[in-house]
Design a protein around this ligand. Structure first.
Ligand code: NOJ
Ligand code: CA
Length: 549
């Protein structure tokens, strides 16, 4: 069967144009700069880029407050630069996914400006209003501690408007068919410019109707409507949803008949993964994986370690969250919104051994891996910056002034210039020269990951190892099988396992190119502290079939 599901075996790289590379020297990253770095991304092995919002914005929420959906913010370049960038990316075989931020607009958007001041226009009903202050006006905030309400009085309209996020982000009224038509227009516009799909922001809130004094209702049919439109316009484009939901609710978002999202970030596994890293215990992670197993055929998880937001730990038990805080975010200043940690991966984990373990695991999780810019060189955070900006500092290219990111003295976010993660210690140029650097290790892992389509496409099963600290996953796809092992403990472990595949007396170590043979059915494999293995089951010379994607 021909399968065009390209996203099942791809490596996605997340970046913000604003902080990636500044070509015109005004201190702000731009499309021209990003274009000059495409060969870098290609060398790393990236197949697809996810761009965070770059449309016109007052930029009070890192671009997630859009004031014009159809134009590039002039600080990043022009529409012409965007099209040139698309051409250059596609020429290198790199697909581009962009954010679809349609839960809300910026309050500076023309729709809101018109709707609030001219209630007789159709734009009034683009938003969600209440003449009186609704009962739950101070409930359901996404940014507790910073955000004070979800219903705020608009001085111009003299009515309350609904906003799940900050008060400058009024929610769109998705129950209004005109608004859904606008969403399709936005999708159609960017698809026409060649994007391969959308990372859909805040999906559960996009599809909820939040009427004053009523229980919110979810409309999964809106997702189906968007997917149908997307697929008509571009057969292989995808929707990658941001939906931090508890299993088994994820199935409703994918749609049991594959009518919903193609992909979703697996927040549930992400949180348990950090618990495993913090506690050394693999059991809760294995359970989380099992709970999110068995997806419809076209559905796929996107796995990640860190993203541009806080590490949200809201789905863990209080006891589990306390363990993660204790190990990775002890100081109050490292924590955010009473539920998360605002740090980058490398400073949290500390040692190269644990960083490698975490990344090896990311590539081994059943689904598609998503890397975040800067994590491939182990960039740090700046806890002096407010809220989530701590993890949004400019990319560190070299030890030139401003990390080689810009020629301007003042950059859009300060570069990290002090301490062990400063740009003269941690930068791309230095790591590309060093065979043993995290950059070169990551590039090698990406190459190997691409040679293991079983992980993205196959069925998987957790195997018993005899150690509570080791996660063992076996993947089977089209008659071939492989196995990965990850030891979350800093102590060495001996794993004893039965691969459970006929004739599996040979395991080929894909990272070291050596084989081991089992005398009987049980393999004994020693693992160092934080050790990991990628093993192909069977003989070395198996003829491997490539997925037709
Ligand atoms: C989720 C995004 O990841 C986050 O950065 C943003 O603040 C909210 N959605 C609001 O758009
Ligand atoms: Ca610039």
């Amino acid at each position: 069967m021909i399968e065009d599901l390209w996203y099942k075996n791809t490596v996605l790289y997340a970046l913000n144009v604003e902080t990636f590379m500044d070509a015109n020297g005004d201190g702000i990253g731009d499309f021209e700069g990003l274009m000059r770095r495409l060969d870098y991304l290609h060398a790393l092995g990236v197949d697809a880029i996810w761009l965070s919002p770059f449309q016109c914005t007052p930029n009070k929420d890192d671009g997630y407050d859009i004031s014009d959906f159809f134009n590039v913010d002039s600080r990043y370049g022009s529409g012409g630069d965007f099209v040139e960038f698309m051409h250059q990316a596609n020429k290198r075989g790199i697909a581009v996914i962009i954010d679809l931020v349609v839960n809300h607009t910026s309050d500076a958007h023309r729709w809101f400006q018109t709707g609030r001041s001219q209630k007789e226009t159709k734009y009034y009903n683009y938003f969600v209003w209440s003449k009186r202050r609704p009962k739950g006006w101070n409930k359901g905030m996404v940014f507790p501690g910073v955000q004070k309400a979800t219903w705020t009085l608009d001085k111009v309209a003299q009515e309350y408007y609904y906003h799940r996020f900050y008060d400058f982000q009024p929610d769109l009224n998705m129950d209004n068919p005109d608004v859904r038509t606008e969403v399709r227009r936005i999708m159609g516009f960017w698809l026409q410019l060649g994007v391969a799909g959308f990372r859909v922001d805040a999906v559960p809130f996009v599809i909820e109707s939040a009427l004053p004094n009523q229980k919110a209702k979810m409309h999964f049919e809106y997702l189906a409507e968007f997917r149908k439109f997307l697929q008509w316009r571009s057969g292989d484009a995808i929707l990658l949803g941001e939906a931090n939901v508890l299993p088994p609710d994820h199935l409703k978002f994918f749609g049991e008949k594959e009518e919903g999202l193609h992909m979703m970030f697996n927040f549930y596994v992400n949180q348990h993964l950090f618990y495993a890293l913090a506690s050394g215990d693999a059991a809760a992670l294995e359970k989380a994986l099992v709970k999110t197993q068995n997806l419809p055929r076209t559905a796929q998880w996107a796995h990640f370690l860190r993203n541009h937001d806080e590490l949200d730990l809201g789905r863990l038990t209080d006891a589990q969250r306390a363990v993660v805080f204790e190990r990775f975010g002890k100081d109050k200043n490292m924590q955010l919104y009473d539920r998360g940690i605002r740090r980058r991966l490398a400073p949290m984990l500390g040692t190269k051994a644990q960083i490698e373990l975490a990344y090896s695991l990311l590539f081994a999780l059943p689904g598609t891996p998503v890397l975040r810019y800067g994590d491939e060189i182990g960039m740090g955070d700046d806890l002096n910056l407010p809220e989530r900006n701590a993890v949004r500092t400019p990319m560190q290219w070299s030890n030139d002034a401003q990390a080689g990111f810009s020629l301007h003295k003042h950059t859009v976010q300060p570069v990290i210039s002090k301490g062990p993660f400063s740009y003269d210690e941690v930068n791309v140029e230095k790591q590309r020269r060093d065979e043993n650097s995290l950059f070169n290790w990551t590039a090698r892992m990406i190459r190997i990951r691409k040679e293991c389509p079983e992980i993205g496409w196959g069925e998987w099963k957790a195997l018993r190892t005899g150690s509570p600290n080791v996660l063992a996953l076996r993947y089977d796809w089209r008659g071939r099988s492989m196995l990965t092992l990850h030891n979350f403990s800093d102590k060495p472990q001996e794993v004893r396992l039965r691969p459970g595949v006929k004739g599996a007396d040979t395991l080929v170590n894909l990272l070291a190119n050596e084989e081991c043979h089992a005398a009987g059915q049980v393999h004994r494999i020693p693992l160092e502290g934080y050790g990991y293995r990628w093993l192909r089951i069977g003989t070395h010379s198996q003829i491997l079939e490539t997925p037709k994607d």
